[in-house]
Design a protein. Structure first.
Ligand code: CMC
Length: 428
């Protein structure tokens, strides 16, 4: 078996070890490259060929459309598990026993109260503020209310920080939405399950009892599970790299939320719905928008299509498409944009532009349609993604700290001016 890679630069040859993962993925370990070659580095914008770490959390095979958390296939988790079990598995390595799950939930509930002064910060935001900006700020603000930094060498300390953020984050999510809607800020109820409680906090009206709709609850559970982790994506890499400077958990998460916001990442779910709405308003001509997406002089992209890693299909999209049908049927919602979405997908799947570039619907293509049927405003869609991704970010941050990874500090190839002399302002 080959276990070395050879590199030739001019007359000199160098040998680098290969690293193999448990799923037979192979990497060339170039840790010694600069030292051995007197300063030569690799360059890989967007890290398309670069592994940033070794990780035991999530496996995905983009060619085969496989996604597994801690070895458990996403299809089984989406079908059989609840979100909190999945969060536990991601963070601690295995699915919990019922005692472990009960204790985890009890500990989360015991830490779910948010300092009332956080409401003052929320009050200061204009009504027009985007919920992702608010959420990122409030998550960062939690550091001010919980100033002691996590001692990562103490399992107890680490656990306390984890249950704290899992308890408080849904409150921040619900408050962000309610504030924008002019609703009073509330707390859920300790008697409810984790996801049921999120729903109560988000949707309860001040003048009526809130009843959980089990169809909506099951769909939300599934959506959160499908978003819970996705190995070294943009926001997760952000969380790891911010945390690698030994910034605290909440500060690292706040940075991850900002990274998720962009329309090429989590912000795509909002962008998809806005795109589908625009197509509907424009008469539903999907062919016109397909042509725009293919036109290199047009900046328009088919949002919800394409993925850096999946080049066959996104297994999450398959599950979500089915769920969208089920949820809309059971709720009796007839949303014309579901038909537009299906029409676009059908055309794209037989169009050479999309086929050649291996562009398939991703997780965000159908999720917004479900969120809308649940009564969640479009601007909150990426916040819902963040709520789902929280356990993944936590697991990855924890792994990075426990593995004692060095501070993330890439190199560069400088292409600017070479040395020149300062000229005084009157002579420029
Ligand atoms: N519509 C039209 N053309 C596209 C699209 C699209 N959605 N996505 C990629 N392409 C084209 C792109 O123009 C390029 O063409 P060419 O080879 O002729 O220059 C080719 O396909 C490869 O694209 P790329 O941008 O180099 O691929 P990437 O791996 O850097 O980007 C992506 C992946 C997800 C950012 C991109 O596919 C995209 O912008 N999609 C739309 C936004 C979206 O849905 N994002 C959500 C991703 S899934 C949720 C998550 O995990 O974040």
């Amino acid at each position: 078996m080959l276990d070395k890679a050879n590199l030739k630069i001019g007359e000199n040859s160098y040998e680098f070890p290969l690293i193999k993962g448990t799923e037979d993925e192979v990497a060339i370990d170039i840790k010694s490259l600069r030292g051995a070659t007197n300063g030569v580095i690799t360059i890989d914008p967007g890290f398309k060929n670069t592994g940033s770490c070794e990780s035991a959390i999530t496996f995905l095979d983009g060619e085969k459309g496989i996604l597994r958390y801690r070895g458990y296939p996403i299809e089984q988790l989406a079908e059989k598990a609840v979100f909190l079990e999945v969060a536990y598995a991601l963070i601690f390595g295995n699915l919990p026993t019922s005692e472990q799950l009960d204790k985890f939930h009890t500990d989360i509930k015991s830490k779910s109260v948010v300092d009332d002064d956080v409401k003052k910060i929320l009050d200061a935001f204009p009504k027009t503020a985007h919920p992702m900006g608010i959420l990122s700020s409030l998550t960062s603000a939690l550091t001010a209310f919980n100033p002691s930094s996590v001692n990562v060498d103490s399992e107890e300390d680490m656990y306390r920080a984890i249950v704290k953020i899992l308890g408080k984050f849904p409150v921040l999510v619900a408050w962000t939405m309610r504030k924008k809607q002019g609703l009073p800020l509330n707390y859920g109820s300790k008697s409810l399950g984790y996801v049921e409680n999120i729903m109560k906090m988000m949707f309860e009206q001040p003048n009526e009892d809130y009843e959980i709709n089990t169809i909506v609850k099951d769909a939300l559970d599934k959506l959160l599970i499908l978003h819970a982790d996705h190995e070294q994506n943009c926001s997760t890499s952000t969380v790891r790299i911010v945390g690698s400077s030994h910034a605290g958990l909440f500060a690292s998460l706040s940075a991850g939320i900002s990274a998720l916001w962009g329309p090429l990442h989590g912000g795509a779910n909002q962008a998809v719905l806005e795109m589908l709405e625009a197509i509907k308003e424009d008469g539903g001509d999907t062919k016109k928008y397909m042509a725009k997406a293919k036109d290199k002089n047009d900046s328009f992209r088919l949002m919800g299509f394409g993925h850096r890693v999946y080049k066959n299909f996104d297994p999450r999209a398959k599950i979500i498409k089915k769920a969208a049908d089920e949820v809309l049927n059971s709720l009796g919602v007839d949303d014309p944009i579901l038909e537009i979405a299906k029409g676009l997908e059908k055309e794209a799947l037989k169009d050479p532009y999309f086929v050649d570039r291996k562009l398939y619907p991703n997780v965000d293509f159908y999720s917004g349609i479900i969120y809308r049927a649940m009564g969640i405003p479009v601007e909150m869609f990426t916040v819902m993604f963040a709520l789902g991704r929280l356990p993944g970010w936590i697991a990855q941050w924890k792994e990075m700290r426990l593995n004692k990874e060095p501070i993330g500090r890439p190199r560069q190839i400088y292409t600017g001016q070479t040395e020149r002399s300062f000229t005084s302002i009157e002579n420029r």
